[in-house]
Design a binder for this molecule. Structure first.
Ligand SMILES: Cc1cc2nc3c(=O)[nH]c(=O)nc-3n(C[C@H](O)[C@H](O)[C@H](O)COP(=O)(O)OP(=O)(O)OC[C@H]3O[C@@H](n4cnc5c(N)ncnc54)[C@H](O)[C@@H]3O)c2cc1C
Length: 419
């Protein structure tokens, strides 16, 4: 089949790879000059197969109100960009904060995250890819004992979902992350996810795009997709700045911009751009740096080690499509990396970046077929699009190939927004 993949982030390029591998003639259409230039460019680098949580959770409305009063709040709402789309999305998200919805959503997320781990292994065995990959787990680090003592509900939910984890004491944190010995008074213990990994999503995606080209995938770069033309329940063409493109099937992988293409066709896909920030520091002293990812529970900031850099990511800003880099948002990232790993990286030469997480109200991505016969989606991966990228791409390839998926795909497609 001739298949057009719309969007060249980690979701689009991975989709193209798996489709090309199953014998299709694939074209990726991307508006930027190269792949992974938008959200897949500077994310925190966590492959969070176990540390996978829906944003909407019991207690979140109250916590969010508390965070908004804080100087280095992990979640912020920008009043200047507040509009009907924002209000509607927040309303839907709050509707997912109940106990039962949380359990359903977490299980759906874990299904795709866990599958992604084995799918990534297969890709890295198939082709050489250099993306600073490490498989040393994640530690959620607790700064105060009271907080650590209150994680009972989280542990029960991890147990119930079969996620491998370990509660580790102060000494065990240092055993896994030796540089923490330099700041031993700053934390009390941690929750470790031994199966988690780390890696640079942009390096992975650009590397995989080269293998895609070798496998025959065409890339139409600097090409904006404007709309899809549908006739008799079938997409007949994609209208782009490079002309009208026809194919047998179309896969939408446009991250936060996916609703702009899909909603004019009658869908009500509630993907909202949740802005996040990252800092990338050149490595100064490996002995003072993390080995893997340390997630500071108090500030919700992740510090991740790449080979010769440290990536610090966090903050969720509800600001619609505003992509301005706000200098004051550097503060939480600078504080956490300086506080937990002093002297590890070069803050004076750090690169500051922001991107838009394509977030659904339930935090579950939207992967599968649609009521339009030759139109598919692989989008809406929110906070975990890098983690979920390979499982999502394998799943959508199986759906398009009419093959039974290797995991249960209940609740993952756009169907859940059709009623
Ligand atoms: C600060 C931050 C930290 C994060 N940390 C992590 C992490 O540690 N682990 C993790 O798993 N995930 C993380 N994420 C989330 C992850 O980065 C995203 O979920 C993922 O990158 C989404 O990939 P995507 O391909 O769907 O979207 P994108 O990378 O945004 O790709 C979509 C592509 O579509 C193109 N496009 C859009 N509209 C059009 C159009 N009209 N025409 C043509 N092309 C178009 C865009 O140019 C873009 O290249 C983080 C995100 C942020 C912002």
């Amino acid at each position: 089949m001739k298949i057009i993949v719309l969007g060249g982030g980690v979701a689009g390029v991975s989709t193209a790879w798996h489709l090309a591998n199953s014998g299709h003639e694939v074209t990726v259409v991307e508006r930027c000059a190269t792949v992974a230039e938008e959200t897949s460019f500077g994310n925190a680098g966590m492959l969070s197969y176990g540390y996978t949580n829906p944003w909407a959770a019991p207690g979140i409305p109250f916590k969010a109100l508390k965070w908004m009063m804080q100087d280095m709040a992990p979640i912020l709402v920008s009043s200047s960009s507040f509009n009907a789309r924002t209000a509607n999305w927040m309303f839907q998200m709050l509707g997912q904060c109940g106990e039962q919805a949380y359990r359903i959503n977490k299980r759906r997320m874990l299904r795709i995250s866990d599958y992604s781990r084995s799918c990534l292994d297969k890709v890295t065995q198939q082709v050489p890819l250099d993306f600073d990959h490490r498989t040393k787990g994640t530690i959620e680090l607790f700064r105060d004992q009271e907080k650590m003592d209150s994680i009972g509900a989280d542990l029960a939910s991890l147990q119930e979902c079969g996620v491998e984890h370990e509660v580790i004491n102060h000494a065990e944190c240092i055993q896994h992350e030796p540089a923490l010995a330099n700041v031993s008074e700053k934390f009390v213990g941690g929750l470790r996810f031994p199966q988690d990994g780390t890696g640079d999503c942009q390096k992975f995606t650009t590397g995989l795009a080269l293998h895609c080209r070798d496998a025959g995938v065409q890339f139409m770069l600097n090409t904006e997709v404007h709309k899809l033309e549908v006739t008799s329940g079938k997409v007949t063409a994609a209208h782009t700045s490079g002309g009208e493109l026809t194919a047998d099937a179309f896969v939408v992988c446009m991250g936060s911009y996916s609703p702009m293409l899909l909603n004019p066709l009658g869908f009500k896909l509630p993907i909202y751009p949740i802005k996040g920030y990252s800092l990338t520091l050149p490595l100064l002293d490996p002995a003072k740096a993390p080995e893997s990812t340390v997630m500071d529970e108090a500030f919700k900031v992740a510090v991740t080690r790449f080979d010769d850099r440290i990536r610090v990511g966090g903050t969720a800003e509800i600001a619609d499509f505003d992509l301005s880099l706000k200098e004051k948002r550097r503060k939480p990232a600078e504080f956490v990396v300086g506080d937990l790993f002093p002297g590890a990286g070069d803050l004076d030469n750090a690169t500051f970046w922001c991107g838009l997480r394509p977030m659904t109200p339930d935090s579950v991505p939207v992967i599968g077929s649609t009521p339009i016969v030759n139109l598919y989606t692989n989008t809406g991966h929110g906070t975990l699009g890098w983690t979920m990228s390979q499982g999502s791409a394998c799943l959508i390839a199986d759906v398009i190939n009419n093959k039974a998926p290797e995991i249960d795909n209940e609740g993952l497609s756009i169907d859940r927004y059709l009623h």
